[in-house]
Design a protein. Structure first.
Lengths: 502, 135
């Protein structure tokens, strides 16, 4: 590069520089403790306004008192000393947002963490924002395909819904969320995965897995690691939601996953206790309900006049020893539009995803379910419920009457079919085909232990020889007589080949 | 209910305003006795500070701290005095000149919790930030 060019560039940049002397509001640090600072002065500060410490670290005013301000520090607070000056910025906490954030791993302040260079953004969105009002909203009418048979059939999720994933540690909560992201490929959906207080190794693994599945093309990971200050964990879900709102305002559909909100509540409890706000039940502050309700209320399906975008939220809550009646789980259950309940007993029995169908519900999703799926799923739920009741009798075997035995046999096969491996999301048309075969008794003559291989071969057969049937289901999304005939024909043909071949 | 230092200072100001020196002496000794009775003597320092703030505000007095590289001369002080009087619509300005060689040149004016950084050092800092953002 020639030196005249450099000088020219510098001159240009300096030309724009204005040597105006601004009046700044400043305060002094009185006290520093575990990510929270007490500051004197700063008289006209707004609630949740950003303040700047002397070494450029940002803080957020949380407590405004008569002659001091309590602020949480977003960053390394080791360099801040008592008596340092603090500047008010006059801006509410906001993060840069932009389309370039897709495919990146960012921290809750919008800075890249993946070493792939700077992110160029043009807009700032406030981290805390009031949720869209009644006039702007519309009821859920479009499905989110999770690619998991049990969920898509029995606990359908719609775009704009808030569906809680709840369960003990190690029951596959994150796995469901990741599978859902992977299945959004080609579904015109932007995904935001918010990791709150998670191990960085886990996030590295998830990022690699998403990359492998080609899902990073439409996904952003917002990461507040386990070693980052609690303030980062506290604002991470709001930042992720702000990024989601940016895309929603452009009329796009967004899926936001909050993994997990129990850790979010912990970090807020820590900040609140250090700020000396009075503790309540389980030492959480009084506004811990509002903490989550204001976050989840920001998920919405907007109507046509407001762009028609949506934010679907999949919050995750980790329970201790299956206790759903603890404080945070009950709060979040009451806010969300249903929950997916995972149980460790089922998980160890080998039923994966370890879904408890009885306790899991979706309050609004069925309005968005495709008609084809609705038809096959109604029978499925009934089959399973009857099976659960009769399961205890199963050990008597031959003493049972014909009808009961049949129901038990059907139930066993249903459980087998609903098992699904991780990173193996299934398209809607395949789900409809296999569930149709199951609920209409086409699998009753296959041995239980062979059901899984039968299913795999069935999907392979559909893909290689009966592509037309799949396309027909995908296109019509309804079980008309024509479609039913095609499916039945395909199943019969497959069974013939299968039995003769093996 | 706990009485805050601001409330103490405010009532002290109200009690003393418009009184003669003799009366004020009496008010103050009573005030101190009252503080002692309430076991709040430890607040005395803070109350004096707050009282000063309230007094200045009511009387239109502004205390300003001026940081410069060299001691300010008479002409500059008059100019600064006028500037602050205009900006804060104050009747009287108390200037307190401090010397700091690190600011290179210009002045920094500190009034209450407001700071106007017109020093050369501060300007250079802002220029650096401006260039950093663009690159």
């Amino acid at each position: 590069m020639n030196k005249d060019y450099i000088i020219d560039q510098l001159k240009k940049q300096i030309e724009n520089f204005q040597s105006k002397v601004p009046t700044e509001k400043v305060g002094k640090v009185l006290e520093i403790g575990d990510g929270v600072a007490k500051i004197s002065g700063l008289s006209d500060l707004m609630a949740s306004e950003m303040v700047e410490f002397s070494d450029g670290i940002i803080g957020v005013a949380l407590n405004l008192e008569e002659d001091q301000v309590g602020a949480m520090i977003l960053g390394d607070y080791a360099g801040i000393k008592e008596g340092d000056t603090v500047k008010a910025t006059g801006r509410i906490l906001s993060i840069p947002v932009g389309g370039d954030m897709i495919g990146r791993v960012i921290d809750p302040l919008g800075q890249p963490l993946d070493g792939k260079g700077n992110i160029v953004t043009e807009k700032f969105y406030p981290v805390e924002k009031i949720a869209p009002g009644v006039i702007t909203r519309q009821s859920v009418n479009q499905p989110v395909q999770t690619g998991i048979k049990a969920i898509d059939a029995m606990i359908p999720v719609g775009r704009g819904q808030r569906e809680l994933i709840i369960g003990d540690r190690q029951t596959g909560k994150t796995a469901i969320a990741i599978d859902t992201i992977i299945n959004q490929r080609g579904q015109d959906m932007i995904c935001v995965y918010v990791a709150i207080g998670q191990k960085e190794s886990k996030i590295a693994r998830i990022a690699a897995e998403l990359e492998k599945a080609g899902a990073m093309e439409y996904t952003t990971i917002v990461l507040a690691g386990a070693s980052d200050p609690a303030a980062f964990s506290f604002i991470a879900p709001y930042s992720g939601c702000a990024l989601g709102e940016y895309f929603m305002d452009q009329g796009k559909d967004v899926l936001v996953i909050y993994d997990d909100l129990s850790k979010h509540a912990w970090s807020y409890r820590q900040i609140s206790l250090i700020l000396k706000r009075p503790p309540g039940r389980e030492a959480y502050p009084g506004d811990v309900f509002y903490l989550h309700s204001r976050l989840l209320e920001r998920s919405a399906k907007l109507n046509k006049d407001f762009g028609g975008g949506s934010i679907t939220a999949l919050p995750i809550i980790e329970t201790q020893a299956g206790d759903v009646s603890a404080y945070i789980p009950t709060n979040v259950i009451s806010i969300t539009d249903g929950q997916i309940y995972l149980e460790s007993d089922l998980f160890y029995k080998g039923i994966r995803p370890a879904l408890n169908v009885g306790l899991s519900v979706s309050r609004v999703g069925s309005a968005a379910q495709t008609k084809a799926m609705k038809k096959v799923a109604g029978k499925l739920r009934l089959d399973l419920a009857q099976f659960r009741e009769l399961e205890a009798f199963a050990q008597f075997g031959s003493d049972l009457d014909e009808n009961t035995r049949k129901q038990i046999e059907r139930g066993k096969r249903t459980v087998e079919i609903l098992k699904q491996g991780q990173y193996e999301p299934m398209a809607m048309e395949n789900q409809v085909a296999i569930l149709y075969a199951l609920t209409n008794g086409f699998i009753d003559d296959v041995a239980v232990e062979k059901v899984k291989t039968w299913e795999n071969d069935f999907h392979k057969y559909l893909k290689s020889s009966q592509k037309k049937v799949l396309d027909m289901i995908a296109e019509k999304k309804e079980l008309t007589d024509e479609v039913v005939a095609a499916i039945e024909k395909a199943i019969r043909e497959f069974k013939e080949i299968y039995q003769n071949g093996s | 209910m706990k009485i805050t230092t601001r409330q103490y200072a405010k009532s002290l100001f109200e009690l003393t305003s418009g009184k003669s020196e003799q009366e004020i002496k009496g008010v103050i000794s009573n005030f101190i006795k009252f503080l002692q009775k309430n076991r709040q003597l430890k607040l005395a320092g803070k109350i004096i500070e707050k009282f000063g703030e309230i007094y200045n505000k009511k009387k239109g007095i502004v205390e300003a701290e001026i940081v410069s590289r060299e001691k300010l001369n008479g002409e500059l002080i008059v100019k600064l005095d006028d500037f602050i009087k205009n900006k804060y619509s104050a009747k009287e300005v108390m200037l307190n000149n401090k010397i700091d060689e690190k600011i290179i040149g210009g002045v920094i004016i500190k009034i209450g919790d407001e700071v106007m950084d017109g020093s050369v050092g501060g300007q250079l800092n802002r220029l650096r930030k401006c260039l950093e953002i663009k690159n």
